[in-house]
Design a protein around this ligand. Structure first.
Ligand SMILES: [Zn+2]
Length: 466
């Protein structure tokens, strides 16, 4: 199993543009999928694929109904800061380091070895077990959407791409764009404003550029000259800046012939957990709010949207006992042709409809803006006392010896929402640090062994249940 993981980690399977008819996500993902199909078939499993979007390996007779297990072979880019080469699996004290070890190649290989074991044992089951492997989980799950519309649907599916014991709720995901026609003050003073690339990421950097003949530029220059550039000592600015808890070192100011540019730095992160981040865009609007008090565009954006209380201010702070709290992220800002485009990501508990934040935004901006829905992905919610959740918890407890475990609720999305009767189940045990999407991503060998054992038993139990 570890040797297999070593081979698949060596493939840098980040999504790239289509490179061939059967390589919609680039050659590296084609290679990664081929690796899986060849490996599974060398273990005596029957394999298939759909146009390079996804592939699968089956154990069991073709006439039997399916139980599905969904993993993905694509990864996020390696990024900086690794202790050793991210594509060379390295073991240290029972921990395996490498991009994809935890998300999601480790689980993929562990489940592949469960199927291998079942075949070696010639295990008798009432279902055929299919490991489905997608190539586009990190960048849109079009792989699984294609599977869902064109391939055989399992009666029940498990997704080893989150945490143990089991995830019974994934919030709804709403992406909404707001196009703001900015006011005259904004137009006269600002030539560029930019932050973020994707709605689902909290921006860690944001930049605003003032026009050469901006009315506020002299004021800005004067202020910064007078106080040796300590932004918090500037009375005109300090209130707004303090509100977003910015420090002087968060700002960089460049005064050039083309005008003044201010860049703010925060802490980037995932939109589903905004409380762990620090939105750089808020810091830019803090400066704008202080020096352009007459701009209603800035006033609305800063006062209502650039604060931890934003959902409360908008009146959309839904908090549902079973599925958690509504979260909001202003992930992208882009100013062009007198229009400021803001991109939002909302994570909705089951009691909030996607209309709710959109109506609130429409009301907040009034005539000034138009609000467009870009994407909505429904909640996934399986009741705690459903046979599926109860069975999986029982299996997890029996393997680990744990007694009191409860299902988890997350704001992120997994493959589970792409197929009916599916839940995310493991593979990361509670409180385990695996540096997912970060440098030195890792998986514990004992966790891979646990995943193998838990999945083997879960298949046995689901085989009886369905
Ligand atoms: Zn994943």
């Amino acid at each position: 199993m570890i040797n297999d993981l070593k081979e698949i980690v060596a493939i840098n399977s980040v999504e790239a543009p289509q490179s061939a008819v059967d390589a919609p996500f680039g050659q590296n993902l084609r290679n990664a999928l081929d690796w899986f199909l060849n490996k599974a078939s060398s273990y005596g499993l029957k394999v298939g694929e759909r146009d390079g979007y996804c592939g699968w390996a089956d154990y069991g007779d073709r006439e039997l109904p399916l139980i599905g297990i969904l993993a993905h072979v694509d990864i996020v880019p390696a990024g900086e800061g690794w202790t050793s080469d991210p594509f060379t699996l390295r073991e240290e004290d029972g921990v395996l380091y490498g991009r994809g070890t935890s998300d999601d190649k480790g689980a993929l290989v562990a489940v592949l070895h469960v199927l291998k074991r079942m075949r070696e044992e010639k295990k008798k089951l009432r279902h055929r077990i299919r490991l489905i492997v997608g190539c586009n989980e990190e960048t849109g799950s079009r792989c699984l959407q294609k599977y869902a519309s064109e391939c055989e649907i399992p009666v029940v599916s498990l997704v080893p791409d989150a945490d143990f014991p089991v995830i019974n709720s994934e919030k709804g995901i709403l992406h909404t764009d707001v196009e703001v026609s900015v006011d005259e003050t904004f137009k006269q003073n600002i030539s560029a404003l930019h932050a973020g690339e994707r709605a689902n990421v909290v921006p860690g950097k944001a930049t605003v550029k003032f026009t050469k003949d901006s009315e506020v530029i002299e004021e800005l220059r004067g202020i910064f000259q007078n106080i040796n550039s300590n932004i918090l000592d500037i009375p005109e600015i300090s209130d707004a800046v303090k509100k977003v808890k910015a420090k002087f070192s968060d700002y960089e100011i460049i005064d050039g012939e083309e005008g003044v540019t201010i860049t703010a730095t925060g802490v980037a992160g995932h939109a589903s957990v905004p409380e762990t981040t620090d939105n750089a865009l808020w810091k830019i609007f803090a400066i704008l709010r202080a020096i352009m008090p007459q701009s209603t565009t800035v006033k609305i954006i800063f006062d209502k949207l650039c604060t931890r209380d934003c959902t409360k201010i908008l009146g959309i702070n839904v908090n549902d006992e079973r599925t958690g709290v509504l979260t909001m992220n202003m992930g992208v800002a882009d100013y062009q042709n007198d229009t400021l485009t803001l991109k939002f990501d909302f994570r909705l508990p089951i009691t909030a409809t996607p209309d709710l934040p959109e109506i609130a935004l429409t009301y907040t901006f009034g005539e000034m803006a138009s609000v467009h829905r870009v994407r909505f992905s429904e909640n996934l919610y399986v009741p705690e006392d459903s046979p599926l959740i109860k069975t999986l918890l029982k299996v997890y407890c029996s393997v680990t010896g744990k007694r009191k475990v409860s299902p988890l609720q997350i704001g992120g999305g997994t493959y589970a929402r792409e197929l009916p009767n599916a839940v995310a189940f493991g593979p990361t045990p509670p409180k385990r640090q695996t540096n997912i999407h970060n440098a030195d991503e890792c998986v514990y060998i004992e966790d891979l062994e646990l995943t193998k054992e838990v999945y083997y038993r879960a298949i046995e139990e689901l085989d009886k249940l369905y």
